[in-house]
Design a protein around this ligand. Structure first.
Ligand SMILES: *[C@@H]1O[C@H](CO)[C@@H](O)[C@H](O)[C@H]1NC(C)=O
Ligand SMILES: *[C@@H]1O[C@H](CO)[C@@H](O)[C@H](O)[C@H]1NC(C)=O
Length: 337
């Protein structure tokens, strides 16, 4: 009993203390130093990860994630907040997920991105490929834990949807519901209210194709409480939209030289954690070597067929010529006779 009281005390002190540490992505408080102040950031089941599609486990039993209420946003305005690390939009619990082991209600969404002119910006990678940005829609198990902060510290207390974002040809109107308000919250700590909108528009096409694994928050305190769903397909925004994300916000309350950029964590070791896929990758059916031998096989097959056709044609022609000769011969004989 005494031991548990003590343990609780220590955890409580650590948690309280942890909340006060300043952290950044680069520099003396950067991601490599997070574990010093936030021990869980150095633990064994961290996020994000690099998903290698030839090492994932196809799980035909994995039900599709069903976002509910995503397209009925209601009428109450939502809050958009610059917290110095990202832009965060508060979401009501009328948005929730089905298709997971428990019901998870929405709490907030936020973005991670890179810097103008340099590649990368997403946190998760697929086959070592990062995209320009990533959207996280954070949900929690309200029924079991009551509050977001309680759920965030419990195994599978959270369920996050990860959406990789790349640059496409056209402006994405759904993302505009967030990006068009950024200029009102340029400095850290600023808030604005935005009209509610259909969050489903932020998701990529083909939502039935996703990866699932157990991981963590990608920012301190890095609690390992997240059941991750990372969609295989990407959402697209325009170059102009990406640049607004990269160039509008500051990570400081007062200093306009501190642009809020490069707010993504590097991939963390999987450490034998399984990553499940809801689908079979077309690319993983054949490796490059297999494709090459298949191509050579088809080519050789075609050549053989061509040769066969050529010889048959020649034989037929010879036969026909032979017949003609004999006809000519017979007719000559006939005139002589
Ligand atoms: C800004 O929004 C955040 C997140 O919704 C909230 O926690 C905070 O209290 C708000 N701050 C102000 C000044 O309204
Ligand atoms: C996550 O961890 C829990 C508890 O260990 C386990 O039951 C579940 O199967 C794991 N899920 C995935 C997707 O690995």
């Amino acid at each position: 009993m005494m031991f548990f009281t003590l343990l609780f005390e220590v955890i409580w002190i650590l948690a309280a203390d942890g909340g006060q540490h300043h952290w950044t992505y680069e520099g003396p408080h950067g991601q490599h130093h997070w574990p010093a102040s936030y021990p869980e950031c150095g633990s064994h089941a961290q996020s994000p990860v690099n998903i290698q599609t030839d090492s994932v486990t196809f799980d035909p039993e994995l039900p599709a994630v069903q976002p509910r209420g995503y397209d009925q946003p209601g009428t109450e305005p939502w809050h958009l907040h610059n917290n110095g690390h990202t832009v965060q939009l508060s979401l009501p619990p009328s948005l929730y997920l089905e298709g997971l082991p428990r019901k998870y209600v929405a709490a907030q969404l936020h973005l991670h991105w890179g810097q103008k002119g340099s590649p990368g910006g997403s946190e998760h990678q697929i086959n070592s490929e990062a995209t320009a940005a990533e959207l996280h829609i954070v949900h929690y198990d309200l029924e079991s834990y009551g509050t977001l902060s309680e759920a965030a510290q419990r195994p599978q207390g959270l369920a996050v949807l990860g959406i990789l974002i790349e640059v496409g040809e056209t402006k994405n109107p759904a993302y505009e519901h967030i990006l068009s308000h950024l200029h009102k919250i340029r400095y850290k700590g600023q808030n604005t209210s935005v009209p509610p909108f259909a969050v489903g528009g932020l998701l990529p096409p083909l939502r039935a194709q996703f990866f699932r694994y157990n991981g963590s928050l990608t920012t301190p305190p890095c609690y390992q409480s997240v059941l991750w769903t990372v969609f295989s397909r990407r959402a697209q925004i325009s170059t102009g939209q990406l640049e607004r994300l990269q160039e509008t916000l500051f990570s400081s309350e007062t200093d306009p030289s501190e642009l809020l950029v490069q707010n993504y964590r590097a991939p963390q070791p999987l450490n034998q954690r399984p990553v499940f896929a809801s689908f079979i990758q077309a690319e993983s059916l054949y490796t490059t070597g297999e494709m090459l031998s298949l191509g050579v096989g088809i080519l050789v097959g075609c050549l053989c067929l061509l040769l066969a056709v050529y010889f048959i044609a020649r034989k037929i022609r010879k036969k026909m010529l032979g017949n003609q000769k004999s006809v000519v011969f017979t007719s000559t004989q006939a005139t002589e006779a």
